[in-house]
Ligand binder design. Structure first.
Ligand code: MSP
Length: 628
């Protein structure tokens, strides 16, 4: 028994939560709850990352201040976590005073200690990832991480002396095998560290971005969003605010993250902590990605799986179970609703749900619903009792190894053993023979006790179903109040309790439900489509929008009309190559002001996140012609 402090990434509030966010948070919740089961004192923190360019841009698109935008979006995360039964102890927002205060103080302290210096920066920047790259890092001019276009930047900035910690970091990783997990991720980081490690740019000039925590030593700059965000992990347990509390929880036992943010967590964060003189987290666990049809899920790809839809359709607990069960730690998994339903019907419906059902129904039928008093050392219990002992030991080990899937493997071996026990004992035959009464009672008690143990062991994964199981067993108290060690003396289910058979906990899902067409929010009706006024236009002049590398201001002709539109195509088209070209525009779009320039429409272009190509008529046609 000890303390267990687990974190999730703090999610950007530029987007709605999708199944990927739900996965990390559910996994962290399951780990937190397993550690509570093991008797540990747990601190489980999640939250939102609210500063930086991404959030600023998302707010601008909605004509809101970044704070107002964040205040609204944060509710979506909070609400989803409530629905998904997430038991976080704290929810941290990087715009909270408790956090901005800690970041400011750390910046000043390490600046005073000479860990931060000013220099001129020249290089490439990936806006969506908020990461700087050198020329040689780029792959065909694009971000080596996400493949999206980068922009060239030259400006004074502040740098954290990260590079000087390279040797120390390699040594730390090599001497702490649990520091980066799984192995594959550890090797990735060690590979990355074979190249010289540069210093980290930790500032953004306010002229380019105002939405961030101001640098205490230069009012013209704000702090880089990652430097700010990572610090949340020590703000939450009370760094600089409550020394005793901080020392109680820190170092974190586990930072659970997706593999996309490995470098920031395994390189930036450890070196930042080192510079602050704070101890290192025990484990940084980088899980794989949920894919849909083998591609990464995302709003921009239109293939995001919405967690609430699935939880609504099949139940929160089944959804939690599936996510934990279907992903092998460290690997990517393809999400499929068909696989979900198959697993649900087999494991939750047939194996677990059925075991409960037959146990309580037989207790009701053969024993008047009363839990019998039996000899807890009866020979017939042998195999089942032995399997329970093994299960408890395996679950304990899986918790230590932070591997919920291994715990579920062990738990399911017990479920299957119990189902086999029913087949071997054939209680329906025992019930026909009065001389077998003792054995009948032993058999049914064993099943009920196994179900009780299962409810406790499964509570971390399926909390509300575990409570329902508990009720049907007529057990007293609540499954969440029982620890792993309390289960070891087998036979804790009190005699004379009354079972209460109820509805199946996991009713079968007919495969046809899966195929049935759902009303799809992503489709539009023909009349909605008809509202679009798409027209051919001709570009007559173009120039750059000041302070925005991606944007061009185009003067276009649309029939008799002349209009101005702003388009994010500067990185893909030279101005000269645009003049005289025909394009397609949305002509009835509400005008918007982008970077101080009015845009009276929008041009159409195809883009795959790497390349961009303008949509144009396949032959000369009069400008102003309708696109139908
Ligand atoms: N704000 C940063 C994290 C700062 S932590 C100090 C960020 N936010 S995010 O909103 O983009 O969330 C990224 C995380 O969401 C991933 O690391 C992962 O935990 C989760 N996932 C997002 N998409 C995912 C999948 N498709 N599959 C699994 N998890 C994924 O990065």
């Amino acid at each position: 028994m000890g303390t267990f402090y687990i974190t999730t990434p703090i999610y950007y509030v530029n987007d709605e939560p999708h199944i990927g966010h739900a996965y990390t948070t559910i996994m962290a919740d399951v780990l937190a709850r397993f550690h509570r089961l093991a008797g540990d004192e747990v601190l489980f923190v999640t939250g939102t990352d609210e500063h930086g360019q991404k959030v600023d841009e998302a707010a601008k698109k909605r004509n809101l201040s970044p704070q107002a935008h964040a205040d609204e979006m944060v509710g979506r995360f909070r609400d989803l976590w409530r629905v998904l039964d997430i038991s976080n102890d704290d929810f941290i927002r990087t715009t909270e005073a408790r956090h901005t205060h800690v970041v400011t103080e750390i910046l000043q302290r390490i600046y005073d200690a000479g860990e931060i210096y000013a220099d001129n920066y020249e290089g490439w920047y990936c806006i969506p990832d908020e990461r700087f790259w050198t020329e040689k890092d780029l792959i065909a001019g694009n971000c080596p991480d996400c493949g999206r276009p980068t922009v060239k930047i030259s400006e004074k900035n502040y740098f954290f002396r990260m590079g000087k910690y390279q040797d120390w970091l390699i040594e730390h990783i090599e001497t702490h095998p649990r520091f980066i997990r799984p192995e594959k991720r550890r090797n990735e980081i060690l590979g990355f560290l074979r190249q010289p490690l540069g210093d980290l740019c930790i500032s953004r000039p306010k002229s380019r971005l105002e939405w961030g925590i101001p640098l205490p030593f230069d009012e013209n700059y704000v702090c880089y969003v990652w430097f700010d965000a990572l610090i949340n992990y020590i703000t939450a347990p009370g760094y600089l605010a409550d020394v005793a509390r901080f020392e109680h929880w820190w170092p974190a036992s586990c930072h659970l993250i997706g593999k996309d943010i490995l470098t920031t967590h395994c390189v930036y964060w450890p070196t930042m902590l080192k510079a602050m003189g704070a101890p290192q987290p025990e484990t940084i666990m980088g899980h794989g990605f949920w894919l849909v049809d083998e591609t990464k899920m995302g709003k921009s790809l239109g293939n995001a799986v919405r967690p609430l839809d699935l939880a609504d359709k099949y139940g929160v607990d089944a959804f939690r179970y599936f996510l934990v069960r279907a992903m092998t730690l460290g690997q990517d998994s393809d999400f499929s609703e068909v696989a979900f339903v198959q697993r649900y019907n087999t494991e939750l419906g047939n194996e677990l749900g059925n075991l409960l059902n037959r146990s309580v129904v037989m207790a009701a039928r053969y024993l008047d619903g009363v839990v019998p008093n039996i000899d807890r050392n009866h020979a017939a219990l042998g195999a089942l009792k032995a399997r329970t002992d093994l299960t408890l030991a395996a679950v304990g080990e899986a918790i230590d190894a932070m591997n919920p899937n291994a715990a579920l493997d062990a738990i399911w071996r017990l479920v299957r053993e119990a189902n086999r026990f029913v087949e071997v004992q054939t209680p329906w035959n025992l019930a026909k023979d009065a001389s077998k009464r003792a054995e009948l009672e032993v058999t049914i008690y064993a099943l009920l006790e196994t179900m009780r143990q299962l409810a406790v062991l499964l509570f971390p994964v399926i909390p509300s179903k575990a409570r329902e199981i508990w009720q049907q067993l007529g057990a007293t108290g609540s499954p969440e109040d029982i620890h792993l060690d309390d289960l070891k003396p087998w036979g804790g289910l009190d005699a004379n309790g009354e079972v209460a058979p109820g509805d199946p906990v996991f009713p079968r899902i007919e495969e046809v439900d899966v195929a049935k067409a759902e009303p799809r929010e992503d489709l539009i009706s023909f009349s909605e489509f008809q509202k679009l006024d798409l027209r051919v236009a001709k570009i007559e002049a173009a120039d750059r929008v000041a302070g925005a590398d991606r944007l061009l201001r185009l003067q276009i002709r649309l029939g008799d009309e002349q209009r101005q539109i702003v388009a994010g195509i500067a990185e893909h088209y030279a101005i000269d190559a645009l003049i005289g070209r025909q394009i397609v525009v949305v002509a009835n779009l509400q005008p918007a002001t982008i970077r101080g320039v009015e845009s009276q429409g929008m041009l159409l272009a195809a883009s795959d996140d790497r390349d961009l190509a303008l949509i144009a008529p396949d032959g000369e046609i009069s400008t102003g012609a309708e696109v139908r």
